[in-house]
Ligand binder design. Structure first.
Ligand code: ADP
Length: 243
């Protein structure tokens, strides 16, 4: 009996890749405290797709940063793939990110002094991967940019830069990929290409997607939408399941 009990606990733990419990975030700003997130609780199922929506300034980017281990919660626990991030120092959090997390920023955040290829090679180098150049080229090919591999970010359009940043985010085969307004700066056609790449990754590799977006059409394509306002969760819907 004892063994069965342990088995169930292990299984339920594995089903969710992210567990957020009683999370608060308070920024110190100009000598004042700014409470940005207040008692946030949710779990995200492995291999699911989740949109986080809400008005500007409601705390979405802050929440994504905490979930991805880019920043620390003021209180509460953030458990990513079974690892309690608040117990880790900065180097340890960077190691967890490098192992499990992909992150896509609205403004791409490519390194300007590196080519597209070199940008994609960075996470592979950090992991000590083999055949780095060939793998990075393969990733650029997947996002349709093999012929732009030696271009610098400034020589690429916004859509191309975002696709390079996707290739970079995919390169460590992340268990979970966070995207902050991934289509915010793109035209409709390029947005569609980027969205397809993201959802293909979910379908083909089972990568969990957590996407902050204002785009309600994109949100409707995910299996769940969490809406935040004023730093609290105001609704948590499953539009995909309701269809
Ligand atoms: P959203 O992504 O929903 O627009 P953010 O998480 O970016 O919201 O910001 C939530 C609030 O926190 C805003 O009032 C913003 O000005 C503030 N904020 C964000 N980052 C910082 C920071 N590093 N220091 C102080 N205040 C911040």
């Amino acid at each position: 009996m004892a063994n069965i009990h342990i088995q169930i606990l292990k299984t339920s733990r594995l089903e969710s890749i992210l567990n957020i419990r009683n999370v608060n975030k308070i920024y110190q700003s100009a000598g004042r405290e700014l409470s940005v997130l207040n008692q946030i609780n949710f779990s995200i199922d492995r291999a699911s797709t989740v949109a986080i929506t809400g008005p500007s300034g409601s705390g979405k980017t802050t929440l994504l940063g905490l979930c991805a281990g880019l920043d620390r919660a003021t209180n509460g626990t953030v458990e990513l793939n079974g690892i309690a991030l608040e117990k880790l120092n900065e180097d340890e959090r960077a190691a967890v990110r490098n192992q499990y997390v992909g992150f896509i920023f609205q403004n791409f955040q490519l390194l300007p002094t590196l080519t597209a290829l070199e940008n994609v090679m960075v996470p592979l180098e950090l992991r000590g991967a083999k055949n780095i150049k060939a793998r990075a080229l393969d990733l650029l090919d997947k996002v349709g940019l093999a012929d732009r591999s030696h271009h610098y970010p400034v020589q690429l359009s916004g859509g191309e830069q975002q696709r390079v940043s996707l290739a970079r985010a995919f390169s460590n085969q992340p268990a979970i990929l966070f995207a902050d307004e991934p289509t915010g700066n793109l035209d409709a056609e390029t947005s569609e290409k980027v969205i397809k790449l993201l959802f293909d990754l979910n379908k083909d590799a089972g990568t969990t997607l957590v996407i902050v977006t204002h785009d309600l059409e994109l949100a409707a394509r995910t299996s769940r939408t969490i809406k935040i306002k004023g730093g609290v969760i105001v609704s948590d819907e499953n539009p995909g399941y309701a269809e």
